[in-house]
Design a protein around this ligand. Structure first.
Ligand code: ATP
Length: 371
């Protein structure tokens, strides 16, 4: 089936390695997001797939056709890769109406007037901009212009659509609206979307798979909720989720049962849900999502002090000190907590991840209980 495949793709700018030995398969009709901090190599990766940047090494196939191979000396130009682009600066042609902007690519392809009319009307309807057909770009809002840009990109029916931070110029409300539109569009067009963003929320909500990158290396490539639930390492754990995951340093003090000592005489038993290799004295990091740290009136696993309480109506973010560690809890509902209050904590079963401190790699998930 048609898909995009990268094999050992590397891009060097002089001595600097921007993308390092990247291997990934983008399945047909998937919505893949390249996510990571500024400078991690997202744009370079997208541009290499699109044919706008030449890899230093490796092979890229689109629809089972090799479009780049350093070994075989193949480098198919961008316009012959059957892909569409949508970039941050989606400049529309200011002197053309919305209709003309969308029709332009089709006219270049020498489509008949009737076919063009049919296709443009279909796109105007799909993007809900039919009423703006006769307007000029300057007479449209940012979000409407964005939709025209998307329609223009989709007009020729590319099998793959590449987008680089296309929503970053829009305000928060419009961004939210456009996210919904993009998701709908992805379903309706049946094409493969590859999307670059540094916004974890955008990646989490839009994509079928997230490729998380750091310093040119792929850190994890998995569906968003898998990254959230079982991050590959502390970097990916920390990159997704807001408020951030709690990462608490500790040490393995016993193996049967596995006992973790956290700073300030907090001892917890960790019952792994999978086989996990640990040794006594091993330094670990316990990862706990804030919503899995419950403040409880009943039996608790540890005691803590409330340092701050930020109620927003639907939920309250509570900062706590547990022993010598600091952590956040998200409590659902319109609750508030007194500062300096002593509270009991319980940690949701099976939702904790244990990382090796030195390698930062996820060792496995497990259930916590009081030691
Ligand atoms: P951002 O979110 O800031 O756009 P990014 O993850 O998309 O970042 P890239 O644009 O892919 O990052 O750049 C990856 C690295 O390669 C950066 O450190 C960048 O400075 C470097 N780089 C990109 N293009 C060039 C170039 N033409 N020459 C030299 N270095 C480059």
């Amino acid at each position: 089936m048609p898909k995009i495949e990268l094999k050992h793709v590397t891009k060097r700018f002089g001595k600097f390695v921007a993308v390092d030995d990247l291997n990934m398969v983008i399945e047909d009709r998937s919505f893949v997001t390249l996510l990571g901090p500024s400078g991690c190599g997202k744009t370079t990766t997208l541009r290499m797939i699109a044919g706008l940047e030449t890899p230093t090494e490796g092979e890229i196939t689109i629809n089972d056709r090799i479009v780049f191979s350093s070994e075989k000396g193949i480098d198919i130009s961008a316009d012959k890769r059957d892909v569409g682009f949508l970039f941050q600066n989606y400049a529309l042609w200011p002197h053309m109406t919305v209709y003309k902007n969308i029709a332009f690519g089709l006219e270049n392809l020498k489509w008949s007037k009737e076919d063009i009319k049919q296709r443009v009307e279909e796109l105007l309807a799909m993007l809900k901009i039919s009423e703006f057909s006769a307007r000029y770009p300057s007479e449209l809002s940012g979000g409407q212009q964005q939709r025209v840009a998307i329609a223009r990109t989709l007009a020729t029916g590319p099998k793959a659509l590449f987008m680089d931070e296309p929503l970053s110029n829009l305000d928060a409300k419009l961004r939210m609206e456009m996210r919904t539109e993009l998701k709908r569009l992805h379903r309706e067009t049946d094409s493969t979307f590859v999307y670059v963003t540094h916004d974890q929320l955008e990646a989490m909500t839009l994509s079928s798979r997230v490729c998380l990158m750091k310093n040119g290396y792929m850190q994890q490539y998995a569906p968003p909720l898998e990254v959230y639930r079982k991050p590959a390492n502390t970097f990916t754990a920390d990159f997704v989720g807001s408020p951030n995951i709690n990462l608490i340093k500790g040490e393995v003090t016993k193996l049967n049962p596995i006992t973790l000592a956290l700073p300030g005489s907090i001892n917890l038993v960790f019952k792994p849900l999978e086989t996990i290799g640990l040794s006594v004295g091993q330094k670990i990091i316990l990862g706990l999502r804030p919503e899995h740290v419950a403040i409880t009136e009943g039996p608790s696993m540890a005691e803590a002090t409330v340092l701050s309480s930020l109620p927003s109506g639907m939920e309250t973010i509570v900062q706590l000190r547990m022993g010598e560690s600091y952590l956040h809890s998200v409590v659902f509902g319109d609750l508030d907590f007194d500062l300096e209050k002593q509270v009991g904590l319980s940690f949701a079963s099976g939702k904790s991840n244990l990382f090796d401190e030195q390698s930062t790699v996820n060792l496995g998930q497990g259930l916590l209980s009081r030691a």
